[in-house]
Design a protein around this ligand. Sequence first.
Ligand SMILES: C[S@@+](CC[C@H](N)C(=O)[O-])C[C@H]1O[C@@H](n2cnc3c(N)ncnc32)[C@H](O)[C@@H]1O
Length: 223
Amino acid sequence: MSSDEKKISRVKRSKEEAKISYDKMSKWYDLMAKPEKKFVISGVEKLDVQEGEKVLEIGFGTGDALLNLAKNVGRSGRAYGIDISEGMLKVTQSKLDKAGLTDRVNLVMGDASILPFDHEFFDALFMSFTLELFDTPEIPLLLGECRRVLKTGGRVGVVAISERGDDNIMMKLYKWAHMKFPSYVDCRPICTEKELKKAGFKIKDVEKRTMWNLPVDIVIAEK
Ligand SMILES: C[S@@+](CC[C@H](N)C(=O)[O-])C[C@H]1O[C@@H](n2cnc3c(N)ncnc32)[C@H](O)[C@@H]1O
């Protein structure tokens, strides 16, 4: 079955449940998500944020991408992050403090489905392992918000577990875990490139990789 014909499963947990589970996971998240880090860093590198730019990360988690984005924007730019979890925000804040980068970063705690930023404010926007935890009807709305806050010609970088043809054993297991434990395995594979195109972005680069045999796409697109 092609990825276009596949039905993307719905996200069954509520936003409140997401907040509670990410708060609980925040202290252990770096350990749990270690294998994901190299994909996150590749996505940040491909987004190629420049000194002086304004960049937003949605769902910054424990802040590793945001730290790199803050270094890239330099003293003349600014990095912003929004995350629903207070626990994640605290972990990220302490990493920023230790790295001496706090003065060039704004952290916001909240639901990213309505972005509290002006139209055409950002040069670039980044999301890793986050777009795929928004429920199916919310994905186009979130990407619409991303387009709204991005300048014309602005770039978006998305790293996401993605649908790619027939499911292998790992994918079947992962989807089973998503159904069984919706609060803890809230990400599920999505048609990343297709969703970005549908939202009106021009695709600039797609790298198709795998993590434990699960397809991960790193997509760079432009408004
Ligand atoms: C799977 S984690 C990924 C974290 C980080 N981007 C990474 O790659 O390590 C998803 C993050 O999105 C946040 N999140 C979940 N739902 C959200 C929402 N509706 N608005 C903003 N952030 C949300 C979670 O708190 C969590 O930090």
